[in-house]
Design a protein around this ligand. Structure first.
Ligand code: A2P
Length: 285
């Protein structure tokens, strides 16, 4: 067999493989609870994004029963990795009858996923005016964009204090966030760029609502009663000093928006008109 036949043979094998549009390869998968998992994949060489943004990701859907044609099944996912990272990270819920996550939860290292390289989103520093303290409010997988922003140097360059609140049903659902925040202490880039001990700017406030943990209750109720501010040793949000980003389920987002506007006097911002706070809905399948 000469070199030429070898090349032809391998090309024939390649041609048979179904071609996934915008394919990226899964590099790590970690299951946190029976409802939550995270994974990493390769990053498209040309993809630039701002920490806090989301992209559409997914898999090929089942073949159409008559035509056999397959369509991509895509959902918006916040990028959990920071803008400087070589790989992309995502944090996802598993919904047993969810069209995408019922399949996505079974991905393994080496599998391919679809990642459309068009990042967008409002949870970005550009949508906020300068301030002293930034609040990140999350429920469930709404922690994902903050996993990105907590590893972003700009967060520490722009703010003296970072408060991250995370409300989940059960204690096990807090572990991804808790481990990530703990790992920041050893983050080489942040220690070098911002300075050792930068992580002391972070105040972490995890709460659970349906399982016993050191702090129980919805963050909204804990703010209304004043307990959260007392525990954290900070004043209630004030438009002169405080900025906020919200990412959780719809009811949570709406309740916080109402609190911000009617209780604390904060104004919603956008990329085109930066202001005091921004909101994004966490992905649910
Ligand atoms: P709760 O258990 O009291 O409903 P989910 O898994 O349903 O998305 O909820 C995630 C977390 O968000 C749960 O702890 C849930 O509390 C909490 N939550 C749901 N709605 C609100 C809301 N309007 N304000 C504050 N927290 C909320």
């Amino acid at each position: 067999m000469n070199e030429l036949t070898k090349v032809t043979e391998s090309t024939a094998v390649e041609a048979k493989k179904p071609v996934l549009p915008d394919a990226q390869t899964v590099t790590v998968v970690k299951h946190w609870t029976d409802r939550l998992f995270s994974f990493k994949c390769t990053r498209p060489a040309s993809l630039r994004f701002r920490s806090g943004e989301f992209v559409m990701i997914g898999l090929m859907g089942d073949p159409h029963p008559e035509t056999g044609k397959q369509k991509p099944l895509l959902r918006a996912y916040s990028i959990a990795s920071p803008s400087w990272d070589e790989e992309m990270e995502f944090y996802s819920i598993k919904v047993q009858d969810g069209p995408l996550t019922s399949k996505l939860q079974h991905i393994k290292k080496g599998d391919e996923i679809i990642l459309r390289p068009k990042p967008v989103g409002t949870l970005v520093h550009d949508a906020l005016v300068p301030g002293k303290r930034i609040w990140f409010f999350a429920t469930g997988t709404g922690f994902a964009p903050f996993a990105s922003l907590l590893r972003e140097p700009e967060t520490y360059e722009k703010f003296d204090e970072i408060v991250i609140t995370h409300t989940c049903r059960e204690a096990g659902e807090l572990v991804y966030g808790a481990e990530l925040i703990e790992s920041l202490k050893h983050d080489e880039l942040l220690n070098e760029v911002i300075g050792e001990g930068f992580w002391k700017k972070i105040k972490y406030y995890p709460t659970t609502t349906r399982e016993e943990s050191p702090k129980m209750g919805r963050i909204t109720d804990l703010m209304r009663s004043g307990e959260a501010f007392k525990d954290l040793g900070v004043e209630p949000l004030n438009p002169d000093t405080d900025r906020a980003m919200i990412c959780g389920n719809l009811a949570f987002n709406l309740e916080l928006k109402d609190l911000f506007e009617n209780e604390y006097g904060l104004e919603e911002g956008a990329n085109s008109k930066p202001a005091h706070y921004v909101v994004e809905k966490a992905f649910l399948d």
